[in-house]
Design a protein around this ligand. Structure first.
Ligand SMILES: Cc1cc2nc3c(=O)[nH]c(=O)nc-3n(C[C@H](O)[C@H](O)[C@H](O)COP(=O)(O)OP(=O)(O)OC[C@H]3O[C@@H](n4cnc5c(N)ncnc54)[C@H](O)[C@@H]3O)c2cc1C
Length: 514
């Protein structure tokens, strides 16, 4: 059962075993697992419920950004350096994700274990990954799903002698519409909206959409015991005046990497370690545009059928950064994002947009090492401080240089850097320019699609917020099931790891429920 705010005409209260905040990869997976185990589960999602069956997913950016994207895709870090990309709908960010499906690499899993994440060893996670991959029909993209940008990417990589790999995809019956970012109108992309959410509901979970959790409540002993939420009017995005109060034996915080720490801070929960909101990683994404003599039409077929993974781990020589520390992929940007980020104004910008079908792009996710922080402003709204610094700047420059090499090798006539100066590269000898472009304080907008770390997991309450069981050190009966717990980003796209960790959280929670 899903209740939307338009159906709510008075204040409501509920009593349940577990209340879950958020319906993305983390929340939906927990809800499914607990409901299938026979527990009473209620999920609260502040975004709306939009489905292909009802015709809500109409592939129009102006509509879809408002429906499924947090802040209509316009949210940025305080210095405007990071475009904060996150979901705000039933199914969360998975409704607009690209469906690239990676297991947590063994080296990163071992790093997590060294950081004290007991219970998350590779032999524990492997069968969980098997199960999730089955749920989501994960498979390697075949040649039919390579759009022209993917083909050009492979051509460029081959010329440079770089090894490419097919990227595993969570899709079933993909019709290659190319509108993944706007929500799949064919229910082919295996987002949480069409997988774990319906499974949770079929097992008896209940979900309130348009329902923003204002705070988590605690009993006299400091244990989480429920929450208070406000229904949101879909038309205005403002509270419609009706409240939902939930009493629960356990609360699961799965509001996503940008929001869970904010919910914690707004609720006034304890923070003796001072770690809440710190350690915000987000895999900043540098990208370059490429002008080709032929139509590329980036927004057809799937975004990332292929990629170069050999640069995933940074390489150091005697402690000095040499290269790498990112994934390298073809990019898929829709017209409105290209228009907003192509440099220039007026006629110059119009001339570029006239060539839109011939514009391609490559993108990288930086495995960032220097985190930012989430705090609350005086009005109670979250503030995001994040600035690329230290080795992360070197990684971003190196990623753009590798993109430039590949795009030029693939036949691009000219490359456009999305910086304030509108830097252009026409030849490999121009590539050193990328060492000099300004990338500070919003001079280039980096995507930030993979927020993580702001409620860090670890054994010690002095240095972490959440125990390896996923239960908060300082708030008994509060579990966290989203990437906020990662001590470092997974170094690959995170959705499968978020789901796998959430299965571990569910198992621990089931034990506590008895
Ligand atoms: C453009 C884009 C492409 C991506 N592509 C990939 C990809 O190909 N592969 C991959 O692995 N990952 C990808 N990702 C990342 C991936 O989608 C996310 O990491 C993942 O979906 C996050 O899941 P989550 O459950 O942590 O959070 P979310 O999906 O953000 O879910 C949290 C939910 O909680 C809700 N919420 C927040 N605050 C409250 C509150 N106070 N009350 C009630 N509800 C609240 C939010 O509205 C949201 O729906 C992509 C992300 C983006 C933006």
């Amino acid at each position: 059962m899903i209740v939307e705010s338009r159906q709510v005409t008075h204040d409501l209260s509920e009593d349940t075993d577990v209340v879950v905040i958020g319906s993305g990869c983390g929340g939906a997976t927990v809800a499914k697992k607990l409901a299938e185990a026979g527990r009473r589960v209620i999920v609260l999602e502040r975004g709306g419920y939009f489905t292909a069956a009802r015709g809500d997913l109409d592939q129009r950016s102006d509509n879809m950004l408002a429906r499924i994207d947090g802040a209509r895709g316009l949210g940025t870090s305080r210095n405007t350096e990071i475009a904060m990309m996150y979901g705000n709908c039933v199914g969360g960010a998975s409704v607009h994700y690209w469906a690239d499906s990676w297991r947590l690499p063994k080296d990163r899993n071992e790093l997590y274990l060294r950081a004290g994440l007991d219970g998350h060893a590779p032999e524990v996670l492997a069968p969980i990954f098997d199960e999730i991959e089955k749920d989501l029909n994960v498979h390697v993209a075949d040649a039919d799903h390579f759009n022209r940008m993917n083909q050009l990417f492979d051509i460029g990589a081959k010329k440079l002698g770089w090894h490419t790999e097919g990227v595993r995809q969570a899709r079933k019956g993909c019709v290659k519409s190319g509108h993944c970012y706007q929500g799949c109108a064919y229910d082919a992309k295996q987002s949480q909206l069409v997988t774990h959410i319906p499974a949770a509901l079929a097992a008896g979970a209940r979900l309130y959409a348009d329902c923003n959790v204002d705070w988590i409540s605690r009993d006299g002993n400091g244990k989480a015991n429920g929450l208070s939420a406000s229904f949101i009017d879909r038309a205005t995005g403002r509270p419609n005046g009706h409240k939902l109060t939930v009493r629960a034996r356990f609360v699961v915080l799965a509001a996503g990497g940008y929001s869970s720490a904010a919910v914690w801070l707004k609720s006034g929960l304890p923070n003796a370690s001072g770690q809440v909101g710190r350690n915000l990683f987000l895999n900043p994404c540098p990208y370059l545009y490429a002008l080709y003599d032929e139509p590329v039409v980036m927004w057809q077929n799937i975004p990332t059928a292929t990629g170069v993974m050999d640069f995933r781990l940074a390489r150091y020589d005697n402690g000095r950064y040499v290269e790498g520390g990112y994934l390298l992929h073809p990019n898929q940007l829709q017209a409105e994002f290209v228009a907003a980020t192509l440099p220039g104004f007026g006629k110059e910008h119009r001339a570029l947009m006239d060539r839109l079908p011939n514009i391609g792009s490559a993108v990288s996710w930086i495995d960032d090492e220097n985190p930012g922080q989430i705090t609350l402003g005086r009005d109670g709204h979250p503030l995001y401080d994040y600035r690329l610094r230290g080795v992360d700047i070197l990684k971003a420059r190196d990623a753009m240089k590798k993109q430039a090499m590949l795009l030029l090798a693939s036949g691009a006539r000219e490359l456009i850097v999305p910086d304030m100066a509108g830097t252009r590269l026409r030849d490999p000898k121009d590539i050193p320019l990328l060492d000099r472009i300004d990338i500070s304080n919003g001079a280039i907008l980096f995507g930030g699609p993979h927020p993580a770390g702001a409620l860090r997991m670890g054994k010690h309450p002095e240095t972490s917020v959440v125990a390896p069981s996923h239960e908060a050190h300082e708030v008994p009966n509060l579990f966290v099931a989203d990437p906020s717990v990662f001590p470092r980003p997974p170094s690959v796209d995170p959705s499968l790891t978020i789901m796998a960790f959430s299965v571990v959280a569910s198992r621990n929670l089931l034990q506590r429920l008895g």
